[in-house]
Design a protein around this ligand. Structure first.
Ligand code: HEC
Length: 162
């Protein structure tokens, strides 16, 4: 009887020992994953803005050529980058001002839906003014956005094919 108790006690102790070793291993794994996460690549505000700049420029030439499908695509690219800023740059105070583009984006979307070039041009100017309004509001007034004079790349055709 006593033997059985001793054996049981020993087994229980062994069991406990194993458990704590297991949880120690788990903790080490968690620590290393946390480390990896904190070091993983996160796109910055400026990178999103650089992307937005490209799509803003392409958008103009899509509209100029009445290529409404491409214009709609470029608008979505801008939207995705704005969402990226909200997701990955929530620690930047400037992110709070991202809604400054909403009105201009909605009106431009409407012009694209209506396939109206005059309306497109007018609202594209409003969008560009909103970009600059935020740059001014966030002390980045030296980043001045204008209507592009030439397409950003020579290897893309903005005319409608077919
Ligand atoms: C929420 C305010 C805000 C709005 C809206 C905004 N920007 Fe910016 N933009 C910034 C900030 C802040 C920076 C500086 C980013 C950094 O820290 O690198 C910047 C930087 C830039 C740069 C410089 C990036 C570079 O690498 O040279 C460009 C180009 C730019 N924005 C284009 C635009 C365009 C085009 C729009 C409109 C479609 C726009 N921005 C709308 C806040 C804004």
């Amino acid at each position: 009887m006593r033997k059985t108790v001793i054996i049981l006690l020993t087994l229980t102790m062994l069991g406990c020992g194993q458990k704590s070793e297991k949880s120690e291993n788990l903790q080490t794994q968690i620590d290393s994953l946390e480390n990896k996460l904190s070091e993983s690549y996160k796109p910055g505000f400026g990178e999103f803005m650089g992307n937005i700049q490209i799509h803003h420029a392409k958008l103009w030439f899509a509209g100029e050529h009445k290529n409404w499908k491409l214009a709609d695509f470029e608008m979505n690219e801008i939207k995705e980058n704005l969402e990226g800023i909200q997701k990955y740059c929530s620690d930047r105070t400037e992110t709070k001002s991202i809604g400054m583009l909403n009105l201009a984006m909605d009106s431009l979307n409407n012009a694209i839906l209506k396939k109206n070039k005059g309306m497109f041009q007018k609202n594209y100017i409003s969008l560009t003014n909103s970009c600059n309004a935020c740059h001014q509001a966030t002390n980045h007034e030296y980043n001045v956005i204008i209507i592009p004079k030439t397409p950003p790349f020579s290897n893309q055709d903005f005319q409608i094919k077919n």
